[in-house]
Design a binder for this molecule. Structure first.
Ligand code: UD1
Ligand code: CA
Length: 479
């Protein structure tokens, strides 16, 4: 079949009231992308000449998203008349008036559906010359779905919505997946005939299938092999179930591609993530957005990586990392916070209780303990002492610090930016570095230390400290 004779309509105009959410239902995310994105990616994957999402509820938000990520889609606006049948009518109005061929209808709240399943449905539809072909599934718990009614000979007889069904019909476990292929002309005619005589007072698309049957055309109802592919999301329990299943499938695919995942149930991998061979993911790891991890690296336990790149053979433990790069062989954590613009070079280290932001830390350089590194550039193989603060903010503006290579900074330094420290320079413990330090110099803040003899005995008599100091005094007197 030529692409010219294929149109795909994606239903996304419903309110999604059962989500109880400010956010439109189809914008709720699974594996890092809105359900709308998953569904539109599948709809677009069919190569059809016309891809038509139908929207109404929170129209502008959805339209902006569609225009940004699926610029070729033709947006149809549903009018005030409710129901999936009306939505399809509004979409058909966007097709050329003389369009003939197959019309696929899917829903944005059925996010796991894949291209292959729809292609198989189209094939059967065309081979049988049917007026409509729809996908069904057998669910242990069919609550909420439309039930498929069949004749004694097994042929399709109709669909009854859950809220319109009697007790016998509710016992049917075969459900309407909400995925259809229609002959365009048969669909137009059927929709023009159906009404809104049902519990919801809506124009049901499901009634069009029956209308087509009554008009004398064949209607196929084909059970899908993998029921998860057609799981619909109407509430947040279903959102979680579908999301967990997708995550399980993503984890399985990565395991088969050579990634060790200790506990897939607590490891979350967005569809947009990529991983090398022999990556190990420990429990509690979240890999989100445009993140990739190079081969041989170990991530976790309890790590969040968002839009970040990790090289090969790196280790990240119990840390939160966003918009950052971690080089080959580098190590991060436990308990560090890498904010956007952090770029840790090969074999570098960001250790424990360290926060970084806009910080380029050269190959082999280390920030091992209790530090803040903001708006800084550090050369290669430098060591930043424990408890060092890069004071980048003067209360009005942010300033940069430039630290050379092979620098050794003492513990508990403050680098008051803007500041430049030359290659190979040292700074002494406790230094507040306010002036540039030339290559090879030692900088120290000289604040003389005073010891007040006997202060504790005089001012804290009878304290444990006084007693200890007295005993120390006595024993040194005896020696
Ligand atoms: C629908 C089917 C049901 C099927 C189920 C599969 C109908 C009448 N019922 O029920 O047989 O088992 O899907 O998941 O079709 N929408 C619009 N405009 C509207 C109403 C809905 O575009 O006026 C969109 C929604 O945004 C959603 C889709 O159509 O993406 C389905 O609507 P929803 O209300 O979720 O229908 P279900 O009750 O799930
Ligand atoms: Ca639904």
């Amino acid at each position: 079949m030529s692409e010219k004779h294929l149109a795909v309509i994606l239903l996304a105009a419903g309110e999604g009231t059962r989500m109880r959410s400010e956010l439109p239902k189809v914008m709720h995310e699974i594996a890092g992308l809105p359900m709308l994105h998953h569904a539109l990616a599948t709809a677009s994957g069919l190569g059809a000449a016309h891809v038509i999402p139908v929207i109404r509820h929170q129209r502008d938000l959805l339209a902006e998203y569609i225009e940004t990520f699926f610029g070729n889609a033709i947006i149809a606006d549903q009018d005030d008349l409710p129901g999936t049948g009306r939505a399809v009518e509004c979409a058909l109005a966007k097709l050329p008036a003389d369009f003939e061929g197959a019309v696929v209808v899917t829903s944005a709240d059925v996010p796991l559906l894949d291209v292959q399943t729809i292609e198989q449905l189209i094939d059967v539809h065309l081979e049988t010359g049917a007026g409509a072909t729809l996908l069904t599934a057998n669910f242990d718990d069919p609550t909420g779905y439309g039930r498929i009614m069949r004749n004694p000979d097994g042929g399709f007889a109709g669909i009854v919505e859950h809220r319109d069904a009697d007790a016998n019909q509710l016992a049917i476990s075969e459900i309407n997946a909400g995925v259809y292929v229609f002959d365009a002309q048969a669909l137009r005619t059927a929709l023009s005939k159906i009404g809104t005589q049902n519990a919801a007072g809506e124009k049901y698309l499901t009634d069009a299938a029956v209308e087509i049957l009554q008009a004398g055309a064949a209607v196929n109802a084909l059970p899908v092999g993998d029921a998860w592919l057609v799981a619909g999301v109407n509430n947040r329990v279903q959102l979680q179930e579908v999301s967990a299943e997708l995550n399980r499938r993503i984890a399985n695919a990565w395991m088969l591609a050579g990634v060790t995942i200790l506990d897939p149930a607590t490891t979350f991998i967005d569809v947009t993530v990529s991983l090398g061979e022999d990556v190990t993911l420990l429990p509690g790891t979240h890999l989100r957005g445009l993140t990739n991890v190079g081969s041989g690296s170990t991530i976790g336990p309890e790590v969040m990586l968002i839009d970040s790149q990790v090289g090969q053979n790196a280790v990240v433990v119990k840390s939160h990392v966003t918009g950052s790069k971690i080089g080959d062989g580098a190590s991060v954590g436990p308990f560090s916070y890498l904010r956007p613009g952090t770029d840790l070079g090969a074999d570098g280290k960001i250790g424990t209780f360290v926060e970084t932001k806009n910080a380029i830390i050269g190959a082999g350089s280390k920030v091992p303990h209790l530090s803040y590194v903001g708006d800084a550039e550090i050369g290669v193989e430098s060591n930043i002492g424990a408890g060092t603060i890069f004071a980048n903010y003067d209360g009005v503006n942010k300033h940069r610090s430039v630290i050379g290579s092979h620098v050794r900074s003492g513990s508990h330094n403050v680098f008051v930016a803007p500041i430049t420290i030359g290659d190979g320079a040292y700074t002494a413990a406790g230094t507040v570095v306010r002036k540039d330090v030339a290559a090879g110099d030692l900088a120290m803040t000289v604040a003389p230390q005073r010891n007040l003899a006997g202060w504790v005995l005089a001012n804290r008599a009878n304290s444990k400290a006084a007693k200890a100091s007295q005993e120390a005094q006595n024993s040194s007197d005896q020696n």
